[in-house]
Design a protein around this ligand. Structure first.
Ligand code: ADP
Length: 393
């Protein structure tokens, strides 16, 4: 085994403390891949790779010693994550990235790659320690789980649509039956049946419109818009939808300089839809006689999670927070658990489709943002929508 000579030649072995041979044997037996790259030579050639690395990649030490670790990359390796590694090397810091890598035989695997600098006694950078864990099974499990959830949601959506349309079709059929099969209708009867058919047909159209909007995700691309004026426009537009008895108060829109020149990447129609859904819910919760307060403020995203789909993405630093508060009935604990579920509604059949909030949630997620809700039962509810502010703005 050339391992000891590598360490001695490269003078990475330290005297005293833990016995060197024990340290080397530990590296050889550990279950995750371990590599050392010489930071004193150009292009960081590998000077060590342990057994687990060979098992994981199929490369023997002889294949890789003297080479830069980039031989693990392939056509589908994320350039952004490779750039993150380069930055780590430039900054002489440590980092962990999720990389799609390629074995010697060309097969792909997901590598949770951790890189950290090693300094010598004088504090000079001398090597980079790489630790690799094959997490392909975990990634595939997450993929399968996402697919399972997608199918489950699709099933729920299809079931919900069928249920809602049936609710609308039944009275239509009854009214039509009455007109065709029943006694000669009086003028009042004609109006009653006609209105019943019209109302239910309108409701059915609304279900279809919402389902189409729900599924027509990529039809209209997002564009970059001036944050403040676009949100202001969406708020005014949504307010037009409400009965005139509703009061609207806007806060933070005039904060000097806060959002000037700031841009958000959204689909304008969707932004309007988000506002209309939040406003109509607020109106329903206040029986059309309440107050809606819309606040605009800057946010750093707080506890927003980093998203992992094919690799961790960098968390946007700045968000714009739109909060929509009402002084309505509030939301109880049970309702809260299902509030963003498709077809969940507490409204009477025909009054609500239960698609509004699930649509809001889906739209905002696609913008890279988040929707949250807080409620004080009996006092009111606040929905918060976080939208990433473009970094070049
Ligand atoms: P829908 O309005 O068609 O019922 P949503 O998905 O928009 O569907 O809302 C789901 C449920 O969430 C509503 O039925 C209602 O119980 C609750 N909800 C939504 N917004 C509010 C609010 N501002 N105040 C109280 N309850 C709300």
């Amino acid at each position: 085994m050339k391992l000891e000579s590598i360490f001695v030649e490269s003078s990475f072995a330290k005297s005293g403390g833990v016995p060197q041979d024990l340290l080397l044997r530990a590296a050889e037996t550990c279950s995750f891949g371990m590599t050392l790259a010489d930071a004193r030579r150009p292009d960081l050639p590998l000077i060590y790779a342990n057994n687990a690395f060979t098992e994981m990649t199929g490369y023997e030490p002889d294949d890789v010693i003297g080479c830069n670790c980039r031989f693990l990359q392939g056509p589908d390796t994320s350039r952004a994550n490779v750039a993150q590694i380069r930055k780590t090397l430039r900054d002489e810091t440590a980092s962990t990235v999720l990389l799609l890598n390629y074995r010697k035989d060309g097969t792909r695997f997901w590598n949770r790659f951790q890189l950290s600098p090693v300094h010598d006694e004088a504090g000079e950078l001398s090597a980079y320690l790489g630790m690799q864990v094959d997490i392909t099974d975990d990634v595939e499990r997450v993929g399968l789980e996402n697919e399972r959830q997608r199918l489950e949601t699709l099933g729920r959506v299809a079931g919900g649509v069928a249920h809602e349309l049936n609710n609308a079709l039944q009275p239509i059929r009854l009214y039509a039956d009455l007109l065709v099969e029943g006694p000669e209708p009086t003028p009042e009867m004609l109006v009653k049946c006609g209105k019943g058919i019209l109302d239910n047909a309108q409701f059915a159209s609304e279900v279809v419109r919402q389902v189409l909007a729900f599924s027509r995700r990529d039809e209209d691309a997002s564009h970059d818009y001036d944050a403040k004026s676009t949100i202001d426009e969406a708020v005014e537009f949504a307010y037009e939808y409400l009965p005139s008895s509703m009061i609207l108060e806007k806060q933070g829109f005039d904060a000097v300089g806060l959002f000037d020149g700031k841009t958000i990447r959204v689909n304008r129609t969707e932004l309007f839809q988000v506002m209309i859904n939040l406003f109509t819910n607020a109106a329903a919760a206040t029986l059309d006689k309440g107050r809606i307060t819309v606040r605009l403020k800057a946010s750093d995203g707080g506890r927003l999670n980093v998203r992992i789909d094919g690799g961790p993405t960098e968390k946007p630093k700045n968000y714009l927070e739109i909060s929509v508060s009402d002084n309505g009935q509030g939301i109880d604990g049970d309702t809260m658990k299902h509030i963003f579920d498709p077809f969940f509604t507490t409204k009477a059949p025909g009054d609500g489709t239960g698609l509004g909030l699930s649509m809001v949630y889906g739209i905002v997620e696609r913008w890279g943002g988040r929707t949250t809700v807080e409620s004080d039962p009996g006092k009111g509810t606040t929905f918060r929508v976080l939208i990433p502010v473009l970094s070049n703005a």
